[in-house]
Design a protein around this ligand. Sequence first.
Ligand SMILES: NC(=O)c1ccc[n+]([C@@H]2O[C@H](COP(=O)([O-])OP(=O)(O)OC[C@H]3O[C@@H](n4cnc5c(N)ncnc54)[C@H](O)[C@@H]3O)[C@@H](O)[C@H]2O)c1
Length: 309
Amino acid sequence: MNILITGGAGFIGSNIAEEYVRLGHSVVVVDNLSTGFIENVPKGTTFYQVDLRTEELDDIMDRHEIEIINHHAAQIDVRHSVANPQFDLSVNVMATLNLLEAARKRSLERFIFASTGGAIYGEQDYFPADEQHPTRPISPYGITKLTVEHYLHYYHVVHGLDYTVFRYTNVYGPRQSPHGEAGVVAIFAEKILNGEQPVINGSGLQTRDYVFVQDVVRANVLALDMEGTDTFNVCTAVEKTVLDVFRGLVRVSGKSVKEEHAPEKAGEQMRSVCSYQKIKERLGWEPRVFLDEGLEITYEYFKEKHERA
Ligand SMILES: NC(=O)c1ccc[n+]([C@@H]2O[C@H](COP(=O)([O-])OP(=O)(O)OC[C@H]3O[C@@H](n4cnc5c(N)ncnc54)[C@H](O)[C@@H]3O)[C@@H](O)[C@H]2O)c1
């Protein structure tokens, strides 16, 4: 298949692009390198440095006879979305609308969209949250992700565009950037390797559902053969605390690192965990890598990178 992956120089998108190439698909990567890196773009893809807000993709779509769009480019920083909601809107909604219009004009086979299971549900009424859980995002980032889900519904009903929405929880693994605020695993791993002190916000007892990037990649492979249109959580249904992450990484590092806390961040969600029952029933997807193993693989990746630098 001819697939266009936006955000394919980023953490998740590049891992998906690599697997699609390995499976024999023809892959075009579009990314403006705002948070992605050229060295992440997998061999065997065609790369265009393009900002989705400003540039038309018509030429690229036609030249490569694109059949599927897999949309992973985004402004992913929740705090940045609070500081600058207009910027978040321009990247996460306006740029997506450019893509959706391009998809509509060409009657594409499918639009795959990376949404969020953490930010979209807000404070949960029950645990784990299934896809029927009320959506009450408490950040502009959560609002723009939900808005795109609504647009997809419209494009499906009115224009017949099939889509797959994946609501990821906290994705971690090789190639995650340690520089944003999103990836606590990458941030702690990098600090430990640099001999710096990782800082735990608040008690560290806030929970998240950590899903390994290769499991996310498998969901994106299954989406290529999917029939119809649907929205799925992609998660582990296991709640882990920030302290679990910290202690797990310290263990795999073999170093002695003290536990240091900072005041808790205002408005931070205390518990977040989702159910994968629906994607298991519909696509046969289940998580395979759980936190202990995933931390080992991820730490090893950062260690090798560190040794090479
Ligand atoms: N990492 C997570 O835990 C997580 C959880 C839920 C959802 N998601 C979603 O998954 C997707 C990928 O996230 P990630 O963690 O790989 O982030 P990332 O920052 O590594 O990747 C995003 C990519 O999009 C590119 N990009 C940003 N704005 C662009 C624009 N205007 N035009 C073209 N390219 C642009 C960036 O350069 C980057 O390469 C995002 O949509 C994110 O919202 C991530």
